[in-house]
Design a protein around this ligand. Structure first.
Ligand code: CMC
Length: 428
């Protein structure tokens, strides 16, 4: 007999099935709670709510485990490429050589943007935030490919839609940057790798072709792999919620970009660098920032610290920290922000406020230092996160449809006025 949980309320007893995931995580299935008991649950921020079944990514926050389709993040970061990892996330298995060739060919085929879409970049002010451009342009792409407005019904349709999006997000990101600098657009070069092509579109100039260094290409692959998925985080949940109304994939991920933009989510990576710069320039001691972060009357938080799920360490931050050291060394860069970051991490490890709340460096703490080392400008950091997260968003959107999930529609506990008669304006 399957395990169950008993709820006693209003003098009655109700049984709910206990479900165990493939990594032995446990949940109580309350789908019939309201219809059977009249009660709902209250869980602001969804910290205790399982919103779906998923076979894409597994996170164990206590042990610092992250796996995509069962493969440990450490192995993928060391041995895979972003394109291969994207395939794994989208299709569930590592690709065979021929599958990888076809997938890469599809990504190359879809890299260019329609010329009419290119025009939209030129009407924007130079200081337009690239995340706003990215979100808007991803939505606009669908106007040029009306077939993607439907939920794909065949494997071939999904292959096309997914590769189109995965490829164009990188072109849009690079074009947004070029426009912001007032520089001419660089069209994609089909002879380059996924990351190499992005770097070319970002940094080539008419008089000088950008030469892709293998160190930078590898570091960028690693950055994107580490961001490729992270189960039901804020932006992925947004993609699922929007997708649950049967909105198309492009508008769903466009909403995901907006959710990612916030400083408590993907926006933290650039906020970390801004914070480290401020520490350097102000000359104030680290204790000033620690005290500020602890002060409940101050909204300041140490950016890049803390995580809803990881309560011990974030495996991505361990990999990134090592990578920052090796890339800085390989490129012969002496970045004084790294020294400040290391001192800040050390200070938090010796501070009871941070230790008792399990606040350790998260993925965003060291990722900005890596992007800085490979020459990515600060205003593009969260865009880089979005490029990396695209496979996860697409796979979650697909899974939502494969599982035929109902429209997302949480309930609430109403705390406002009770029913009262309308008061005419003369009597208010
Ligand atoms: N600095 C100072 N105090 C903090 C911080 C921080 N960075 N993070 C959490 N706390 C405190 C918080 O004030 C609370 O204290 P108390 O129990 O005394 O009220 C306690 O720790 C628990 O925090 P919480 O806000 O309930 O935790 P959460 O799970 O809701 O939030 C978080 C998680 C990541 C939003 C939060 O830790 C945070 O704001 N961190 C800084 C922003 C950041 O680095 N975000 C990137 C997250 S990882 C990648 C991603 O998702 O994009």
């Amino acid at each position: 007999m399957s395990k169950s949980a008993t709820l006693n309320v209003d003098g009655k007893s109700f049984e709910f099935e206990v479900i165990t995931g493939s990594e032995n995580e446990k949940c109580i299935d309350i789908q019939k709670l309201r219809s059977e008991t009249g009660y709902i649950t209250l869980d602001p921020g969804f910290g205790n709510t399982g919103s779906c079944f998923s076979s894409i990514t597994y996170v164990d926050g206590a042990k610092g485990i992250l796996q995509y389709r069962g493969y440990p993040i450490e192995d993928l970061a060391e041995k895979s490429t972003f394109v291969e990892t994207a395939y794994l996330i989208l299709y569930g298995e590592l690709p065979k050589a021929e599958q990888l060739r076809d997938f890469s060919a599809r990504l190359k085929e879809h890299a260019p943007l329609n010329t009419n879409l290119e025009h939209h970049f030129s009407g924007l002010p130079n200081n337009a935030p690239p995340m706003a451009i990215l979100s808007a342009m991803l939505n606009l792409v669908s106007c040029f490919h009306p077939e993607v407005l439907e939920v794909p019904t065949t494997g071939a349709e999904f292959d096309r839609t997914a590769s189109l999006l995965l490829s164009k997000v990188r072109t849009i990101a690079a074009f947004a940057y070029r426009m912001a600098c007032g520089k001419p657009i660089n069209h994609p070069n089909p002879n380059l790798t996924y990351c190499g092509n992005f770097l070319h579109m970002m940094f080539s100039d008419p008089y000088q072709e950008y030469e892709v260094s293998p160190i930078i290409d590898k570091a960028l692959n690693l950055f994107l792999i580490l961001h490729a998925d992270h189960e039901q985080n804020c932006s992925t949940t947004t993609v699922r919620v929007v997708g649950s109304s049967r909105a198309n994939l492009f508008s769903s991920v466009s909403a995901g970009v907006c959710a990612l933009w916030g400083p408590l989510h993907g926006g933290a990576n650039s906020a970390v660098i801004a914070m480290l710069e401020d520490i350097k320039d102000s000359g104030r001691p680290l204790t000033y920032y620690l005290d500020k972060a602890k002060d409940k009357n101050d909204s300041f938080r140490l950016m890049g610290f803390g995580h809803r799920v990881y309560k011990n360490f974030d495996p991505r931050s361990i990999i990134l920290k090592k990578q920052v050291h090796s890339v800085l060394e390989a490129l012969n860069i002496n970045d004084n922000l790294l020294k400040i970051a290391l001192e800040l991490e050390e200070a938090t490890l010796n501070d009871d406020y941070f230790v008792s709340r399990n606040l350790y460096p998260n993925v965003d703490f060291y990722s900005g230092l890596l992007l800085r080392a490979i020459g990515i400008p600060l205003n593009m950091y969260t865009v880089m996160f979005a490029i990396g997260r695209m496979p996860g968003w697409i796979a979650n959107w697909k899974e939502l449809h494969d599982h035929k999930l109902r429209i997302s529609r949480p309930r609430q506990i109403y705390t406002g006025e009770t029913a009262r008669p309308y008061v005419s304006i003369a009597k208010r």
